[in-house]
Design a protein around this ligand. Sequence first.
Ligand code: ZN
Length: 309
Amino acid sequence: MAERLVVSLRRWALEFAGRGWPVYPLRPGAKRPDWHRKDRCPQTGRCAGGHVTPEQMSSTDPELIERAWEATPWNIALFPGPAGMLGIDCDQPKPGQTGAGDPDGWTQLQRLANERGGPLPDTFTVTTPSGGRHLLYTVPPGCLLRSTVKHIASNVDTRGWGGYLVGAGSLRPDGAYELLDDTNPAPLPGWLVQANVEHASTAISAPREQAVAAPSAYVAKALQGETDRVRREPPGRRNKVLSTAAYALGQLVGAGLLDEHQARTDLQAAVAAWGDTASLGKDHGVIETSLRAGAANPRRITPRGHRAA
Ligand SMILES: [Zn+2]
């Protein structure tokens, strides 16, 4: 039985690698990589020169994969980023978490497609033990999409660079990851590229270091862009847009690139333009909280060509 499982998982790993999708072992029966986290890095062996991630070690080399899956029923991590894809992870609502009272991720994704008038083409799809589904789409060349958490919708995550999906064939105590549709991954629809980028630019997954030609111009543009977005936002999602903008500007404040007083007054001016005096107190509270949260997670900007080590 155990041996049959090893053979089956090895076959799946080789199948993915054959499609050009890098894989890496996950603990048997689990979805955790067989590797240490960055904050527990021993800085020895493969990490002697700095922490190496499973994504960096993932491979499509059949010999390596044969050897790795020779005797152990490792589950399989698929890395959409290096494979030129984006994974859409539609989850079931989880009690006690954001999205608990919302529809499941797949329903949310279909509704979003409807709202945005965009297609949701059939594509390579896997069902998860908890009743979720993973969709894989190819990403336009040169378009670098990062992972997002609960940003496209409360029960939809995306897995791009820095993220992975548990591959079909993998097992957990509560069930298996099963292939639902083996269609070759379709191109990611434009509206989904947009949805991922809109959020990723300010989400927790945003790059913490970015090389730009002129830092001061970059900061000025960010201040203008974020406050414009707040000012123009119609009622409905204002709270979310305001907190996202204040968080992003807070990251620049935390990095010492933007004056905190200026960020606050420009955000307050943008909010004043809504003309909703009843919610001013609450809005100012959102600005304070989000500025502070962003400042605690500073975004480092380095002049292009002088990227810090
Ligand atoms: Zn390490």
